[in-house]
Design a protein around this ligand. Structure first.
Ligand SMILES: [Zn+2]
Length: 465
C-alpha cells in the first residue's frame, strides 16, 4: 500500500494531462471541420505530421497508463474524483482526431489484407465491401496507393485509392455503410520566374538558383540551335525564364514546360516563346514568329570536338601537301553515331576513295550534306530513303584517307562547298499565317510578363533566383 501511494498521484497527474489535452483538442476541433483538418494534414510538412502523430500516441499511452492505474488501485477512494472528471468530458462529446495511414499495394495484396494490416476493424471492412459501388475498389493494382483515415479503435472513416496522381476512388463513412465514388484531384498550373546570371556554366549556375534539372535540359534544347553551350557561354551571360509547375491538391508534382525564355549570350539576345500548334504539338518561336529550331543541327556527332576547321589553305595531314580542307572534322570515338543534320533523302551511301565510307543527303534543291570516313553505315543509309533530322545514318571511323577516327563533314549550298560553322542555317517552319494573330497575342503577353518580372528584380521587389 505504501509503495502504491506515488502511483496514485502519478495516475492523477496523467489524468489531468489527458483532460487538458482533450479540452485542447475539443476547442481546436470546434473550429475546424474534419475535412479541413485533412487538408491541413496533407499540407503539413512531414516533420510536423510526425510530431503530431507522436503527440497523439503520447496522448493515447498516457490515457492507457492512467486507466491501467485505476483498475489496479480500485480500493483507493480518492480516485473517484478524477473518474468524475472523465465522465464529464465524455458528456461533452469529444471528437477524437483521426490517424492517417497509407500503404503501397504490393503483389498478392487484396483490399481485405491491406485494410487488416492497417488496423481497420473487420466489421468495417465487411461494411465497406457490402456498400454500393464497392466494385470500384475490386481492381486494385500493384504500385498504387491506399490511404485511410482511421480512429484509434480501428473504425474506418475515409479511404482514398489513388489510381494515378490525378484521380482515384474514395469511400466516406455514412451511418451504416460507405459512400464509394470516383474523385478527381484539383490540378493547378503555377508560373515560376527565374533570372540567372551565369558564373561558369548555364547548367551549374541554374542549379544554384534552384532551376529544376528538367527545365535546364529544356532550356538547352530550345536554345541549342543558336548557342553552343560548351564553347559559346561566357561569365556574365544571363537568362530569364517563365516555366510552369503543376500542382495537384496543393502539392507540387511536376515541373512543367518553359513558356518563354530570354537568353543573353555575348551581347546577342535569343527569345523563344512556346506556342501550341495543335492539341498535341508545341514548338518554340522567336517574337517574329520564326521557329527557333533550325533546318540543320550544328553538329553531326554529339560527343565530339572540332579537330580541323574549314580551311582553303591547309596542309593535308596524310598527303603533306597544301590542299583545301572543304569541311569540318569532328574527332570522336570510333563507333560514335553520326546524325543526319537535317531532314532529307539519302543520295549516296558507299565506299568512295579518300572519303572512305561516304554518305550524301539531299535536303532540298539548295542543300546537300556529306559525311566521310564512316566505320560502317546505319540501317537507314540506303539510297532513296528519307531520313529525319537527328537520326543515325552511320558510325564514326577512319576509312579512306584518315589518321584516326573522325567525321569529315561538308555542307554544300547550291552545289558549292560552304563552311558549316559559318553558314546561316535556314529556320524550321515558322508560325503559319492562320495562327499569326493568336501567336502575336500570346508572345506579346508573355514578353510583357517576363519584362515586368525583370523590372521588379531590378528594383529588388521580387526574388528572381
Ligand atoms: Zn576533313
Amino acid at each position: 500500500m505504501i509503495s502504491s501511494a506515488p502511483r496514485v498521484s502519478s495516475s492523477r497527474f496523467s489524468l489531468l494531462i489527458v483532460c487538458l489535452l482533450y479540452v485542447l483538442f475539443q476547442v481546436s476541433f470546434d473550429f475546424m471541420l474534419v475535412e479541413e483538418f485533412i487538408t491541413i494534414l496533407k499540407n503539413f510538412p512531414k516533420k510536423h505530421i510526425a510530431t503530431m502523430i507522436l503527440g497523439f500516441m503520447l496522448l493515447i499511452s498516457v490515457s492507457i497508463l492512467g486507466s491501467k492505474d485505476f483498475s489496479n488501485e480500485e480500493k483507493i477512494s480518492e480516485l473517484t474524483k478524477p473518474l468524475k472528471l472523465l465522465t464529464l468530458t465524455d458528456n461533452t462529446q469529444i471528437k477524437i482526431p483521426l490517424l492517417e495511414k497509407e500503404k503501397l499495394i504490393k503483389r498478392n495484396d487484396s483490399l481485405f489484407t491491406i485494410l487488416k494490416e492497417l488496423g481497420v476493424l473487420q466489421e468495417d471492412i465487411i461494411k465497406l465491401v457490402n456498400s454500393n459501388n464497392s466494385n470500384l475498389l475490386s481492381k486494385i493494382e500493384v504500385g498504387d496507393k491506399i490511404k485511410i483515415l482511421i480512429s484509434e479503435k480501428g473504425e474506418l472513416n475515409q479511404l482514398f485509392y489513388q489510381d494515378n496522381i490525378r484521380e482515384g476512388i474514395r469511400a466516406d463513412k455514412k451511418e451504416n455503410g460507405f459512400i464509394i465514388k470516383k474523385y478527381k484531384s484539383d490540378i493547378e498550373k503555377v508560373k515560376v520566374f527565374k533570372h540567372v546570371v551565369i558564373e561558369d556554366s548555364m547548367y551549374m549556375s541554374g542549379l544554384r538558383e534552384n532551376v529544376p534539372d528538367s527545365v535546364l535540359m529544356d532550356l538547352a534544347y530550345i536554345n541549342g540551335w543558336d548557342i553552343d553551350f560548351t564553347h559559346d557561354i561566357r561569365p556574365g551571360d544571363t537568362y530569364s525564364i517563365i516555366y510552369e509547375e503543376i500542382i495537384i491538391d496543393g502539392e507540387k508534382v511536376i515541373d512543367g514546360d518553359i513558356l518563354i525564355s530570354e537568353f543573353n549570350n555575348r551581347g546577342k539576345q535569343f527569345i523563344a516563346v512556346r506556342f501550341d500548334l495543335d492539341a498535341n504539338t508545341s514548338e518554340y518561336f522567336n517574337p517574329n514568329g520564326e521557329n527557333v529550331k533550325k533546318a540543320f543541327l550544328r553538329s553531326p556527332v554529339k560527343l565530339s570536338y572540332i579537330s580541323s576547321k574549314y580551311n582553303l589553305k591547309r596542309r593535308h595531314p596524310v598527303l603533306h601537301t597544301i590542299r583545301a580542307h572543304k569541311g569540318v572534322d569532328y574527332a570522336a570515338n570510333k563507333g560514335s553515331p553520326v546524325r543526319a543534320t537535317g531532314d532529307g533523302t539519302i543520295l549516296f551511301a558507299q565506299y568512295n576513295g579518300g572519303c572512305g565510307n561516304e554518305i550524301k543527303i539531299k535536303h532540298s534543291e539548295d542543300y546537300v550534306t556529306r559525311y566521310c570516313h564512316l566505320d560502317r553505315f546505319g540501317t537507314r543509309a540506303k539510297v532513296g530513303r528519307k531520313v529525319k533530322q537527328g537520326q543515325t545514318i552511320g558510325y564514326v571511323g577512319s576509312t579512306g584517307l584518315a589518321t584516326g577516327p573522325h567525321l569529315h563533314y561538308e555542307f554544300h549550298v547550291n552545289g558549292k562547298h560552304t563552311d558549316p560553322l559559318k553558314v546561316k542555317f535556314p529556320n524550321a517552319s515558322p508560325v503559319e499565317e492562320k495562327q499569326a494573330i493568336a501567336y502575336e497575342r500570346k508572345s506579346q503577353n508573355l514578353l510583357n510578363e517576363l519584362n515586368n518580372y525583370k523590372y521588379l528584380i531590378d528594383r529588388g521587389e521580387v526574388y528572381g533566383g
